[in-house]
Ligand binder design. Structure first.
Ligand SMILES: *Cc1c(COP(=O)(O)O)cnc(C)c1O
Length: 424
């Protein structure tokens, strides 16, 4: 499906120049596999699209926060969009300058805010009036000034899954755009804050860019209104959300499409642009490689049971998401099957009623477009170690996260009765 990065050669699936079957035999399954070239090509297409306008592209760490992957983005001069102090921590560890880190989220704790102020991050993207008061107070306590942008909710429908629609009035994110002027007027009076920008993020997996225009126009109107009121901003952060190809027939917009649509509007404001793409930078670059444990035929259904499930990739269960799945070795025959994991939940599936090569016990499958919101949303449910992560670069591969082991899984547990030998 992604001809340059994951493709068949003589009936065998490759990631760049690495044959996946051999790799799987060597390291065991399941594992996430990423193509370095795919990531770098995506970065290039963003940079190219926005090269004629001052733009900071902040990779959204929540889509995949593996340190080696973060490092690739950092080395390519991107900034980082974070939603927790943990992500700021990983970003700094990966080498990001705090001056390129933005931080959004409706529920930043005092500890997290203090951490961000202390590190000197570029901007807190604040989501409520109360948060403004708290950041001002905590900055004062530290004797520092904090930069803030206000996240406004432009009330546009991104036409994506409800769970990842974030710019509607009823959603928990941002402040209502009608309230914004009032909130800005309050914020600029705060002694310990620099009010530097405006932020919005309307949703994720957006396949039609027109909602961006609506959102950016509404926010631009706000910028003009603020100017009239004597409040000058510097940054216009439009968030992330560009969709990717999950189904072979998907035709997602490119960074260039977004640039063509929004740059004319942003230019008029004179503000510098900030983007926060996550999925569209890393999603298509990754696959989840899993092995078939068993197949079984029930009366109405054929099941392919694999060694990876909702603990590794929860998107099918949570969002009803489609992931294209390829057999690592092409077969001559197809079946229609439910491809399910080992977790004890009916919701534990990677695909339902899917036409797929007639794979057997021991064969490998590759779940495509799993680079974003795959490993970062994985869990240890059913006491399953999280999957290994591997980066491919040409004909080389690097393990960038080891498979967790059982000792690691129990490391933090404490037995309060350990002196009471018979009690446990
Ligand atoms: C999740 C998120 C992003 C990234 O969204 P993608 O759809 O992965 O591009 C960007 N900004 C904010 C504030 C987010 O919450």
């Amino acid at each position: 499906m992604f001809e340059n990065y994951f493709f068949y050669k003589d009936g065998e699936l490759y990631c760049e120049n690495v044959p996946i079957k051999e790799l799987a035999k060597e390291v065991g399954t399941p594992f996430y596999l990423y193509s370095k070239k795919a990531i770098e090509d995506k970065i290039k297409s963003y940079k190219e699209a926005f090269k004629n306008y001052p733009t900071l592209i902040c990779y959204a760490a929540k889509s995949n926060s593996n340190l080696t992957l973060l490092k690739i983005f950092q080395k390519n001069d991107l900034g980082l969009d974070t939603v927790s102090a943990g992500e700021i921590y990983k970003g700094v560890l990966a080498g990001f300058s705090p001056e390129k880190i933005v931080y959004a989220g409706v529920g930043k704790t005092d500890r997290e805010i203090t951490y961000g102020i202390d590190k000197g991050i570029f901007s807190f993207n604040v989501e409520s009036g109360q948060e403004i008061d708290v950041i001002d107070y905590l900055a004062g306590k530290l004797g520092k000034k904090a930069n803030i942008s206000i996240r406004v909710n432009p009330d546009v429908n991104p036409k994506t899954h409800p769970y990842i629609s974030t710019g509607l009035r009823k959603s928990k994110f941002g402040i209502d755009i009608e309230e914004a002027v009032k909130v800005y007027k309050k914020a600029v009076k705060k002694k310990n804050l620099n009010v530097i920008g405006v932020h919005c993020h309307i949703g994720s997996q957006i396949l039609d860019v027109s909602p961006y225009r609506e959102a950016v126009e509404k926010v631009a109107d706000l910028v003009f209104q603020l100017k009239k009121d004597g409040i000058e901003l510097k940054y216009f952060d439009i968030g992330g959300g560009l969709g990717i190809k999950y189904k072979p027939e998907d035709n997602p917009p490119k960074p260039k499409d977004l640039a063509d649509l929004i740059l004319p509007i942003v230019k008029e404001t004179g503000l510098q642009l900030i983007l926060e793409p996550g999925r569209s930078l890393i999603g298509e670059a990754g696959a989840l490689i899993t092995q078939v444990i068993f197949t079984k035929n029930k009366k109405d259904k054929h099941f392919i049971i694999v060694d990876s499930g909702m603990n590794d990739l929860i998107r099918p269960s949570v969002y009803d998401a489609y992931h294209h799945i390829l057999s690592v070795e092409k077969k001559n025959k197809d079946v229609v099957a439910d491809i399910v994991g080992p977790i004890c939940e009916t919701g534990d599936f990677l695909a339902l009623d899917r036409k797929i090569d007639d794979v057997e016990r021991g064969d490998y499958l590759s779940v495509l477009s799993a680079g974003a919101y795959g490993s970062s949303m994985s869990s240890n449910y059913n006491v399953r170690p999280r999957a290994m992560e591997i980066l491919v670069d040409g004909d080389k591969f690097f393990i960038i996260k080891e498979r967790e082991d059982y000792d690691y899984l129990v490391e933090k547990e404490i037995n309060p009765f350990k002196n009471l030998k018979n009690k446990i």
